[in-house]
Design a protein around this ligand. Structure first.
Ligand SMILES: Cc1cc2nc3c(=O)[nH]c(=O)nc-3n(C[C@H](O)[C@H](O)[C@H](O)COP(=O)(O)OP(=O)(O)OC[C@H]3O[C@@H](n4cnc5c(N)ncnc54)[C@H](O)[C@@H]3O)c2cc1C
Length: 376
C-alpha cells in the first residue's frame, strides 16, 4: 500500500480526535486538510471531557502535548466512594509507581487548545464553519461536499476520508456504516460550580444516594463538577465554600453504540463517530484519541486497511467495561444496593482488585501503542 505523504487526506471534525489525528499525521510529515462545522474549539465554560488518562498521556508524548497537559491539568490522587455521605472506600493513587497517575482533570477546550497550538506550529489550521454536507460515490474514492458558513459549497475527492465528526457523524451515515446499540432511559444531570475561594481538587468522589448517585469531580482550582442521576441533585450538594456561579449546566441520556467496522474502502471513523457510551470512567475522549493515534501511525505506514481489525477489540473492551461500571453505579434494587454498601469497604483488603480498577481508569486495558518504545 502507498505510504501517506503523496495522498490527500481529509479529516471531518476538529474535536479532540480530529485535532489529534491531524497532529499525529503532520508530525510525520503528512499534510491533512481538517474541516469542522463548529466555529472553534469547545468553549472554555463547557468542561465536557474532563478526564485525561495515562494512556492518552503516553500517546501524546511524541507530539509534545503531554508536558503541556501535565502543566495545566489537576492530578487526581484519590478516588473516594461513599454511601449517603459515609465513606466506604478510598483508592489512593499516590503510591503507584506508574509513569503517569491514572487520571488527570483538564477541561476539554483546554486540551483542544493545546493540540491546536501544536498543530499551528506545523502550519496546519482547521477550517472552522466548514461542514461535510454529504458524502457520495464509492467508498474507495468518496466525493465530499463541503458547505461553508457563507453558503458556498465545494466538492472534493480525497484519497482518504476520516470521519471524526462526533456522535451524529455525517460521514458514518452517508458511507453506510451501521451504528447498532441501545440507550438508557435514565437521564443524567450535570452542573459545574465555581466557588469564591480555591477548593480541594486532588480527589474525585462518587456518593451513592440510594436511590441515585452524585459524583464530584474537580474541574479547576475553584470549580467542581457535580453529575447525578437525580433531578433534585443540586439540593443535595454540600458546597465546600460560597458559590460564585454555575458556568455550565447540562443534562443528557446515555447510549451504548459502536460501528461494526471502523473502515470501509478509504473511509475511516474515529472517536464518537465510531463509538459512544456513558461518561462513567472518563473513556470517551481518551478512546477517541487512541483511535486517532493508531490511525495516523497506520496511514503513515500505508497500513490503514488494518485499522479496523486492530481497533475493534479495544472498542469492545471499553464499551463492555463502561456498561458494567454504569450498571454498578446506577443500581436501584434495594437488595443489590445494600450488598454494594457492605462489600465495597472490603475491597481495600484485595489490592489486586483496586489495581485492576485503576488499570481500567488509566486506559491500560487496551493494547499498548507498538510505535512507542516501552509503552505499557
Ligand atoms: C458530560 C460529558 C462528560 C464527558 N466526560 C468525559 C471525560 O471525562 N473523559 C473522556 O474521555 N470523555 C468524556 N466525555 C466524552 C467526550 O466529550 C467525547 O467522547 C469527545 O468529545 C469525542 O471527541 P470527538 O472529537 O470524537 O467528537 P466531538 O468532540 O463531538 O467533536 C466533533 C467535531 O466534529 C465537528 N463536526 C460535527 N459535524 C460535522 C460535519 N458535518 N462536518 C464537519 N465537522 C463536523 C464538530 O464541529 C467538532 O469539531 C464526556 C462527554 C460528556 C457529554
Amino acid at each position: 500500500m502507498e505510504k501517506g505523504s503523496e495522498r490527500s487526506i481529509l479529516i471531518a471534525g476538529a474535536g479532540p480526535v480530529g485535532l489529534t489525528l491531524a497532529l499525529e499525521l503532520a508530525r510525520r510529515g503528512l499534510r491533512p486538510r481538517i474541516v469542522a462545522k463548529a466555529k472553534g474549539p469547545t468553549p472554555a465554560n463547557e468542561s465536557r471531557a474532563l478526564g485525561v488518562n495515562a494512556r492518552t498521556l503516553t500517546l501524546l508524548e511524541e507530539c509534545g502535548a503531554t508536558p503541556m497537559i501535565l502543566h495545566k491539568a489537576r492530578r487526581i490522587n484519590r478516588f473516594r466512594i461513599a454511601s449517603r455521605g459515609k465513606q466506604l472506600l478510598t483508592v489512593d493513587t499516590a503510591r503507584l509507581r506508574w509513569r503517569y497517575s491514572p487520571l488527570y482533570a483538564l477541561p476539554q477546550g483546554e486540551t483542544e487548545n493545546i493540540l491546536l497550538g501544536l498543530l499551528s506550529r506545523l502550519h496546519i489550521a482547521p477550517e472552522w464553519q466548514t461542514a461535510v454536507e454529504a458524502v457520495s460515490g464509492d467508498v474507495e474514492k468518496p466525493q465530499v461536499t463541503l458547505r461553508r458558513a457563507d453558503g458556498a459549497t465545494e466538492t472534493v475527492s480525497p484519497d482518504i476520508l476520516v470521519g471524526a465528526d462526533g456522535a451524529h457523524s455525517v460521514v458514518r451515515e452517508n458511507c453506510g456504516f451501521a451504528f447498532p446499540g441501545d440507550s438508557m432511559d435514565m437521564p443524567f444531570y450535570l452542573a459545574d460550580y465555581r466557588y469564591i475561594h480555591p477548593v480541594e481538587t486532588n480527589y474525585a468522589e462518587g456518593n451513592f444516594l440510594n436511590p441515585g448517585v452524585l459524583a464530584r469531580i474537580p474541574v479547576s482550582e475553584d470549580t467542581l463538577r457535580y453529575i447525578s442521576t437525580r433531578e433534585d441533585y443540586e439540593t443535595l450538594i454540600e458546597h465546600p465554600t460560597d458559590v460564585r456561579d454555575r458556568p455550565w449546566v447540562s443534562s443528557f441520556r446515555i447510549s451504548f453504540r459502536h460501528v461494526e467496522t471502523m473502515g470501509r474502502g478509504n473511509v475511516f471513523l474515529a472517536g464518537d463517530a465510531a463509538h459512544v457510551h456513558s461518561p462513567i470512567g472518563a473513556r470517551g475522549m481518551n478512546l477517541g484519541i487512541e483511535d486517532a493515534c493508531w490511525l495516523a501511525w497506520l496511514i503513515s505506514e500505508g497500513r490503514e486497511a488494518e485499522y479496523s481489525d486492530l481497533r475493534m477489540p479495544a472498542i469492545q473492551t471499553v464499551i463492555q467495561a463502561t456498561r458494567r461500571n454504569t450498571a454498578f453505579v446506577t443500581l436501584s434494587n434495594p437488595v443489590l444496593t445494600t450488598l454494594r454498601r457492605l462489600v465495597l469497604p472490603w475491597m481495600k483488603l484485595f489490592p489486586a482488585s483496586t489495581r485492576a480498577v485503576l488499570r481500567t481508569i488509566s486506559g491500560r486495558d487496551t493494547p499498548a501503542p507498538p510505535w512507542i518504545p516501552g509503552a505499557k
